[in-house]
Design a protein. Structure first.
Length: 288
């Protein structure tokens, strides 16, 4: 997905307010007002970059006279010691924006890096690596953009994007068949039409969902053998339903899951527990 300017500005504005960037007492009292500085943002470990647009927006909000020149683009691979961006302008502004700029770049690059590792582990199979809604509150668009920078595919952005019947929906509705029936009745009543995905945990639920001819079936925490059998049943039936695997999938297990023949694999860890990429911002020259 692509980030809109409004989305980035909203996220950055909230982060700067949280950090009280307008009242940076340490910098105001220790750094001369007239001092100019140049700084370099540097990768300290190998990975995949994301969030440079946010870095630019941070400094545009802190001080529009600060210049940010990017050395790489979002989605690019980097190695330790590689410059990501050069920042120049009033030293106070460069330093005040440092933490928020790094927070965005480190988190988003961490997501992109982890995503690229999962994509590599799929080993070239024609399977989409999907993200989930397990994102940082208020930062979903930023998190999902970072997934795309790492080569992943964005699944539904929010609750209005598509129908996903999970176990609690099925329990409340009385099972797969009545849940799908109620959804289709609701669509008809509201003159709406969108994809339906059903989460299943058993072969019987998968059979019911296939019979309903829904667009997607989510195979949740299923053994490999069971997933492979459901893929075979789908293929022999001629169904157009796509199959997504999910549930505690790791870098060590994703290749085996992919080998079952599913169409997509979703990994919540991409956004709910990424390790931030180690990035630093160092003043390299000052004058004035």
């Amino acid at each position: 997905m692509q980030l809109t300017t409004e989305t980035v500005r909203t996220a950055v504005a909230a982060a700067l307010i949280e950090d009280q960037a307008a009242d940076d007492v340490t910098t105001r009292w220790s750094v001369p007002e007239a001092l100019e500085a140049e700084a370099t943002m540097i990768a300290k470990q190998s990975g995949r970059v994301a969030g440079l647009t946010a870095v630019q927006e941070v400094y545009a909000a802190v001080d529009p006279t600060v210049t940010v020149r990017t050395a790489v683009a979002d989605g690019d691979p980097v190695v330790p010691g590689q410059p990501l961006a050069w920042i120049s302008g009033a030293a106070r502004s460069v330093i005040t924006g440092e933490r928020v700029a790094l927070n965005f770049a480190q988190r988003m690059s961490g997501i992109a890096t982890l995503t690229s590792a999962f994509v590599a582990a799929i080993d070239g199979r024609p399977i989409a690596l999907l993200d989930t809604r397990k994102t940082a509150p208020g930062l979903r668009a930023m998190d999902k953009y970072a997934v795309s920078c790492g080569g992943g595919t964005n699944h539904r952005l929010d609750l209005s994007a598509m129908v996903l019947l999970k176990e609690n929906h099925l329990a409340a509705a009385g099972g797969v068949l009545p849940a799908v029936r109620r959804v289709r009745d609701g669509m008809a009543a509201e003159d709406n039409r969108m994809a339906i995905e059903v989460e299943v945990t058993t072969a019987e639920e998968a059979r019911e969902a296939l019979d309903c001819q829904v667009e997607w079936i989510l195979l949740d925490n299923m053994p490999l053998e069971q997933m492979a059998l459901i893929v075979e049943r789908r293929n022999t039936s001629g169904s157009a339903t796509r199959l997504e695997a999910s549930g505690n999938i790791t870098l060590d297990t994703i290749a085996d899951v992919a080998a079952t023949g599913v169409d997509a694999i979703s990994v919540g860890a991409l956004t709910h527990s990424p390790t931030a990429l180690d990035i630093s911002l160092l003043v390299t020259r000052s004058h004035g």
